[in-house]
Design a binder for this molecule. Structure first.
Ligand SMILES: NC(=O)c1ccc[n+]([C@@H]2O[C@H](COP(=O)([O-])OP(=O)(O)OC[C@H]3O[C@@H](n4cnc5c(N)ncnc54)[C@H](OP(=O)(O)O)[C@@H]3O)[C@@H](O)[C@H]2O)c1
Length: 280
C-alpha cells in the first residue's frame, strides 16, 4: 500500500475509462476537485497531464479493446491506491448510418469498444471489487440504451447490450456488496459528434437517415447537455446510499426513453390476448 493511501484512506478511488475527453474528463476533474484519487484511462492520456496532483491522478494509456492492457491498468491502480471504489465504464464512440449501410467491419468495431471493452473492464475489476465486498460500477449507456431512431441502429445495439449485461449483473453482484448504475446521458456537448464513424450512404435512406443526420447537424448548441452537469449527476448517484439502477441525464433523452418504454408497454397490452393464447 502506498503512502498516499495511508495518508488518505478515507478517499474514494475512481477508475475512469475514456477519461481524456467529454464526460469522462469532467468526471475526472470532479473527483480530483473533491480530493479523491483517479486512475484515468484512455488510449493516450497525455491530455490529462497536470489536471491534478500526481499522488491522486494516475494516468494509464489503455485500449479497452485489449484485455491485457485493461488487466495491466487495473493491476497498476490497485498497486498504487490499494483499492478501487468506483468504476466508470465510460469509454465509447458512435456510429451513424442505416443498419444496412453499416459495414460488417464498422459493426464489429463499435461492439469491440462499446461492448467488449466494457466486458474487459468488468472481468478485470470484478475480482478486485469481490475481494473488497464493495464497489460501485457505472455502466456507460445512453438514451440509445432504451430508444433508437433511424441512423443509430448499431450504436443503439451496443448500448442495449450494455443495458442487458447490466440488468443481469446487478443481481449477480448485489449480494456481494457491489452496486451497479447504468448511466444514460442525453446528447451532450463532447467530442462524441466529431469522433462519430459515418457509414456510406445508400440513396433509399435519404428520406429517413439523411434527414435525421441533417437535423442533428443543424441542432443549436443549447440542444446538448453540458458534460460537467452530466458528471455532477453521476456524482450525485455515487454519493447516494441508494443509487438507481438507471440514471437518465438530460430531459430530452429521458423524454425519448419515456416514449419508447410507453410504446413497448402499449404493444404488451394491445397484443395480450395473442400473448396469453400461447399458454392455452
Ligand atoms: N456525447 C453524447 O452525446 C453522449 C450521449 C449518450 C452517451 N454517451 C456516451 O458517453 C461516453 C463518453 O462519450 P463522450 O461523449 O464523452 O465522448 P468523447 O468526448 O469522444 O470521449 C470518448 C473517450 O473515450 C476514449 N476512448 C475511445 N475509444 C477508446 C478505447 N478503445 N480505449 C480506451 N479509451 C477509448 C477516448 O479517448 P482516446 O481516444 O484517447 O482513447 C475519450 O477519452 C460514451 O460511452 C458515449 O457513448 C455520449
Amino acid at each position: 500500500m502506498t503512502n498516499s493511501i495511508k495518508r488518505n484512506s478515507h478517499q474514494r478511488v475512481w477508475l475512469i475509462t475514456g477519461a481524456t475527453s467529454g464526460i469522462g474528463r469532467e468526471l475526472t476533474k470532479y473527483a480530483l476537485a473533491e480530493g479523491e484519487a483517479v486512475a484515468a484511462l484512455s488510449r493516450s492520456t497525455e491530455a490529462l497531464a497536470g489536471l491534478g496532483p500526481e499522488d491522486r491522478l494516475l494516468r494509464i494509456d489503455t485500449d479497452v479493446r485489449d484485455a491485457a492492457s485493461v488487466q495491466s491498468a487495473i493491476d497498476q491502480t490497485v498497486a498504487r491506491f490499494g483499492h478501487i471504489d468506483v468504476v466508470a465504464n465510460n469509454a465509447g464512440y458512435g456510429l451513424f448510418g442505416a443498419v444496412e449501410e453499416s459495414t460488417d467491419a464498422q459493426a464489429r468495431a463499435i461492439f469491440d469498444t462499446n461492448v467488449f471493452g466494457v466486458l474487459n473492464v468488468l472481468r478485470s475489476v470484478l475480482p478486485v471489487l469481490r475481494g473488497q465486498r464493495a464497489g460501485h460500477i457505472l455502466q456507460g449507456s445512453s438514451l440509445y440504451g432504451q430508444s433508437a431512431h433511424p441512423g443509430v441502429g448499431l450504436l443503439a445495439a451496443t448500448k442495449y447490450a450494455v443495458e442487458g449485461i447490466s440488468d443481469a449483473l446487478v443481481g449477480e453482484v448485489a449480494p456481494i456488496g457491489i452496486k451497479v448504475t447504468i448511466v444514460q446521458p442525453a446528447p451532450t456537448a463532447t467530442a462524441f459528434l466529431p469522433n462519430l464513424d459515418i457509414a456510406e450512404a445508400i440513396t433509399d435512406y435519404d428520406q429517413t437517415v439523411r434527414e435525421i443526420q441533417k437535423a442533428i447537424a443543424a441542432l443549436e448548441a443549447s440542444a446538448f447537455s453540458d458534460a460537467a452537469r452530466v458528471a455532477a449527476g453521476i456524482r450525485a448517484a455515487v454519493a447516494s446510499e441508494n443509487p438507481p439502477l438507471r440514471l437518465a441525464l438530460g430531459t430530452s433523452g429521458a423524454n425519448d426513453m419515456r416514449v419508447a418504454l410507453t410504446s413497448r408497454l402499449a404493444d404488451l397490452d394491445t397484443w395480450s390476448s395473442v400473448t396469453d393464447a400461447v399458454d392455452a
